[in-house]
Design a protein around this ligand. Structure first.
Ligand SMILES: Nc1nc2c(c(=O)[nH]1)N[C@H]1C(S)=C(S)[C@@H](COP(=O)(O)OP(=O)(O)OC[C@H]3O[C@@H](n4cnc5c(=O)[nH]c(N)nc54)[C@H](O)[C@@H]3O)O[C@H]1N2
Ligand SMILES: Nc1nc2c(c(=O)[nH]1)N[C@H]1C(S)=C(S)[C@@H](COP(=O)(O)OP(=O)(O)OC[C@H]3O[C@@H](n4cnc5c(=O)[nH]c(N)nc54)[C@H](O)[C@@H]3O)O[C@H]1N2
Ligand SMILES: [Mo]
Length: 896
């Protein structure tokens, strides 16, 4: 549509507002209550213009071809000035202290010629500084409602409201009372949107004060969402971390971890020197001494047990380039395939299941496609807490009309918005998915044309599904038959269904079967590889768990997923590396510990994984480390694992190094150093090179950029990627074989990448979980995540997130709590067949009777002494989601 603004013509999209038209024509128009991320409300009158002869607020008025727009006329300027003067007059004198370079309000005032002295309010409404990250100065609030809309329309928490009347209107938590006691999940959206400084975070001074902080664009190093962030630094410290408005996944949003949890950087407990165990104690030593000790230990291990007596656990927290270099070190310098990463504990079943079903080891589609989905099937994932930015986008999709089916034993997060909430007994997914598939088939809700042309395995599956009627499914899973039917109909009748899933599918004895039988549902509907649906997408966990595996930090796969046993893949690697690569697949993480306990593993290098806190059956893990003659640990802190190591190497964190991460939907993004690492800490990249040098080896690729380039020569899927390209384009998805063509964000439009080009339906039968409750251990413990802490908690416990959540709690249904005589806040001993943990009781209606839930963010509580060594039969991913336990009240409330 063509619009005219003060005589200048411009093109805007249909439905554009007058404000859009003014901007398109290059006009300048101040705004206050407007934020492009939010629905406009037109309340502040700062953007008054004349359109079609009438004075209107530009942000809420649709532009029209036949309505010329006037902006610059003197009377309009005066109107705008009066509107803002009125707002400002009620504010205290310090409101405009930041000067013209200050906050948004100061800039607007400057542009309208309003002097700082216009702020003459008396104030006196007070502050709320109760929350660690969000502070409120009520006197600066102009009731524009941006924070309230941010909380509703972007975050979806609905924690804020406007209270009071007229000039006294002010933002407040909807629960009344203090901010700290509200539903706020500290995403920071309200602070980012506030134009006046009424909402601020501690540490972030009024902008405009000199010196301006330096700004570094990077990718978040917590979870796999891959939020693009701007890190503001000054004097060697972080001033603030702000979401990038153009971030491909986060689009101007963030969460409590990426946005606020950076305090660990300056923790006095940060490791700043290499440590070496002498006479049982870890003592600071020089890098030379530490590395020579490691080199001697590695040589001795190889001399005594051969190269396979050495193993490394690579880090999904570290960059692609570091993971690439480590697996190259193990394969080329040591000569073993004994390298693995925490994908083993997490989404190894996704990698195996999706490869078997569709051909590639990653989600099938680009997350943006979810915006078109009309039905979301969210299975065993709690994105509201574990992937908050994705969770927020999913919720907005639902609020705008998509149907939602949640399959999770707990009523958490998005479940309260679900059309149908399926609550299977933990460990019964395969039966549930077959039950859903049974209904799709029985009711003709399948895409026969797609199944004929693009899939295989239907006859076998059809035979199997005969045994999974809704009633039989209900008997196995505990989900009412009617709910199975209702959910299948919602999914089956949707035009563009989407499957999004998490660890509730993978961390089971039959996790790979779970992934494959879940994928069946998308195949039956023709909702994958057709652009019609959003396919099948795991919410991968760590910031770079996809990348660590992509880079070949796996015992059976080389960079780019060539099998170590495949002569063609071997030949490619050997051409690039110039040395033979070991042929025999290496050990997986649990096999490494078993080999250590058996005395066969003589050196273990653990990089950025706190195996003694987060691997299952942790008493046995500690035993393995005690038996292994050399344990080296790269860490930021003296973790449970570092404590037991012989050598501890201090490393740079994600905010202190260069490289790339791959997020959950296969996008490569740049990671950039915003700070120097503390003390003598250096990057893993530098450490691996330095150790190779002490061993008289040269790994080549001296910079991270060169390492990614070399990986691209070895792995065709990454050949089109480079740091320089990512600097230019921001994010690029793999497969990306060609530097001149975009990456393939949505896969399989022509054919699947399986050997026959077809999607493979799975007819795996339901098999029961490994752990079963009995009379002695009658409850089922599910473990998972809480929003404020991250995995081992090594980082988040060293930030003010500790003020948001300070203990590991055991969630329990009120009826079970009553049976055990437990009340909220009581300490409780949880005992399994493997160990004992100590937690604090929290009764919760979100729990089903007979089940309890806890996280594992406080190693001292001992949660992973409880979990068993049972693991997915295909990939060895631990059965973290099912442990039989019983409870013992430690301090019965009757005695209080
Ligand atoms: N705040 C925070 N965010 C994180 C992390 C963190 O520690 N803290 N960790 C990151 C990592 S490494 C990962 S892998 C991701 C994990 O992200 P998620 O996969 O979302 O995490 P979990 O909470 O472990 O498990 C998800 C859900 O599975 C459900 N579940 C358990 N058993 C079953 C079952 O048998 N069937 C079904 N259908 N559901 C079941 C649980 O009730 C739980 O709600 O989060 C990442 N993000
Ligand atoms: N009971 C139970 N246990 C679980 C799970 C569960 O659901 N239930 N989930 C499992 C899953 S999915 C995962 S992924 C694992 C995660 O388990 P871990 O990987 O052990 O946990 P993190 O806390 O993410 O990170 C481990 C350590 O890495 C360090 N670190 C951070 N950045 C870097 C870096 O750049 N370099 C180095 N060298 N170190 C760094 C941190 O200080 C921290 O101590 O936990 C698993 N454990
Ligand atoms: Mo994970």
């Amino acid at each position: 549509m063509r619009v005219r603004v003060d005589g200048v013509t411009a093109q805007v999209a249909d439905g554009a507002s007058v404000l859009d038209a003014v901007r398109a024509a290059g006009g300048e128009l101040p705004t206050l209550c407007n934020d492009d991320r939010l629905t406009p409300v037109g309340s502040c009158r700062t953007c008054l213009v004349r359109s079609g002869g009438k004075v209107v607020a530009a942000c809420v008025t649709p532009a029209a071809e036949d309505a010329p727009i006037e902006v610059a006329a003197d009377d309009l300027r005066a109107l705008r000035r009066e509107a803002v003067e009125l707002i400002v007059s009620a504010l205290p004198s310090y409101a405009l202290d930041g000067g013209p370079g200050g906050g948004e309000l100061a800039r607007v005032c400057h542009s309208l010629g309003i002097a700082p002295q216009a702020a003459q309010g008396l104030g006196g409404r007070g502050r709320d500084d109760s929350h660690p990250y969000v502070h409120l100065d009520r006197d600066l609030c102009i009731a524009c409602g941006r924070c309230v809309r941010m909380c509703a329309e972007v975050q979806g928490t609905f924690a804020l409201t406007l209270v009071g009347r007229g000039a006294d209107t002010v933002v407040a938590p909807g629960t009344g009372g203090l901010w700290a006691d509200s539903d706020c999940v500290a995403c920071g959206g309200c602070v980012d949107s506030c134009p006046t400084g009424a909402l601020t975070e501690p540490g972030l001074p009024i902008v405009g004060r000199t010196p301006e902080p330096a700004r570094t664009r990077t990718t978040c190093g917590y979870c796999g969402v891959g939020c693009s962030l701007d890190v503001l630094t000054r004097d060697g410290g972080v001033v603030a971390v702000l979401p990038d408005h153009d971030g491909p996944v986060n689009r101007g949003h963030a969460c409590v971890k990426g946005r606020f949890a950076h305090g660990f950087l300056r923790s006095p407990e940060r490791l700043t020197h290499p440590l070496l165990r002498r006479d049982g104690r870890l003592e600071p030593v020089s890098w030379r001494e530490a590395l020579e000790h490691v080199a001697r230990g590695l040589r001795a291990a190889v001399a005594e047990g051969g190269p396979d007596a050495v193993a490394a656990i690579s880090s999904a927290r570290a960059t692609n380039e570091e993971n690439y270099l480590l697996q190259k070190f193990m394969r080329v310098v040591i000569g073993t395939n004994n390298v693995d990463n925490c994908s083993r504990l997490c989404h190894a079943p996704s990698a195996a299941g999706l490869t078997a079903t569709f051909g590639l080891s990653g989600g099938t589609d680009c997350f943006d496609d979810v915006e078109r989905a009309d039905c979301l099937l969210l299975v065993g994932a709690n994105p509201a807490e574990a992937h908050p930015v994705v969770g927020a986008r999913l919720l907005q999709r639902v609020l705008r009309g998509a149907r939602l089916v949640v399959a999770d034993p707990r009523a958490v997060g998005l479940a309260r918005y679900a059309d149908v909430h399926l609550r299977p007994r933990p460990g019964t997914n395969v039966a549930l998915f077959h039950g859903l598939a049974h209904v799709l088939l029985a009711e003709g809700l399948i895409d026969e044309e797609f199944l004929r042309r693009r899939a295989t395995g239907l006859p076998e599956l059809t035979t199997l599904l005969a045994g999974y009627s809704p009633d039989r499914t209900a008997a196995i899973t505990g989900v009412p038959a009617d709910d199975v039917v209702a959910a299948a109909r919602l999914f089956g009748q949707a035009e563009k269904p989407a499957i999004i899933y998490g660890l509730g599918v993978t961390e089971h004895l039959h996790g790979t079967d779970g992934v494959r039988t879940l994928a069946n549902l998308a195949i039956l509907r023709g909702a994958v590889g057709t652009g019609r649906g959003f396919g099948v997408n795991p919410l991968r966990g760590q910031n770079n768990v996809q990348g660590a595996s992509d880079m070949g930090a796996l015992p059976d796969l080389l960079p780019g997923y060539g099998k170590v046993t495949d002569p063609a893949a071997q030949a490619r690697a050997e051409r690039v590396w110039g040395t033979p690569v070991p042929r025999r697949p290496g050990m997986r993480i649990p096999e490494m510990f078993a080999a250590a306990r058996a005395g066969e593993l003589r050196a273990l290098w653990v990089i950025g994984e706190d195996v003694c806190a987060t691997d299952p059956d942790s008493a046995h893990v500690a035993q393995a480390l005690e038996t292994c003659p050399l344990v080296v640990c790269n860490e930021l802190f003296l973790s449970e694992t570092a404590r037991r190591a012989d050598v501890v190497l201090p490393v740079a964190s994600w905010l202190e190094k260069e490289g790339t991460f791959v997020n959950f939907d296969r996008r490569f993004q740049r990671v950039r150093a915003a700070l120097d690492p503390p003390g003598a800490a250096i990057t893993e990249f530098a450490i691996i090179h330095a150790l190779a040098a002490v061993l008289d080896a040269d790994l080549g690729c001296s910079t991270p950029a060169e390492a990614l380039a070399e990986c691209g020569r070895l792995a065709p899927a990454f050949a089109g990627l480079s740091h320089e390209r990512l600097d230019r384009e921001g994010a690029v998805a793999w497969p990306c074989p060609d530097p001149d063509r975009p990456g393939e964000a949505s896969l399989y439009r022509e054919r699947f990448a399986t050997p026959d080009g077809l999607a493979q339906l799975s007819a795996a039968p339901y098999l029961p979980p490994g752990e079963q409750p009995d009379d002695r251990y009658p409850l089922v413990l599910v473990t998972g995540r809480r929003w404020a802490h991250y995995n081992s908690g090594g980082m988040t416990r060293r930030t003010d997130n500790l003020l948001l959540d300070s203990v590991d709690r055991l969630d329990i249904h009120p009826a079970d709590a009553a049976r055990y005589g437990l009340r909220d806040g009581d300490p409780v001993a949880v005992e399994s067949r493997h160990g004992q943990a100590r937690l604090i009781v929290r009764t919760s209606d979100a729990m089903a009777p007979g089940q309890v839930f806890c996280a594992f963010h406080f190693p001292a509580s001992g949660v992973n002494t409880l979990t068993s060594d049972r693991a997915d039969t295909v990939t060895s991913c631990p059965e973290y989601k099912v442990t039989a336990v019983h409870l013992k009240a430690l301090n019965p409330s009757t005695s209080k």
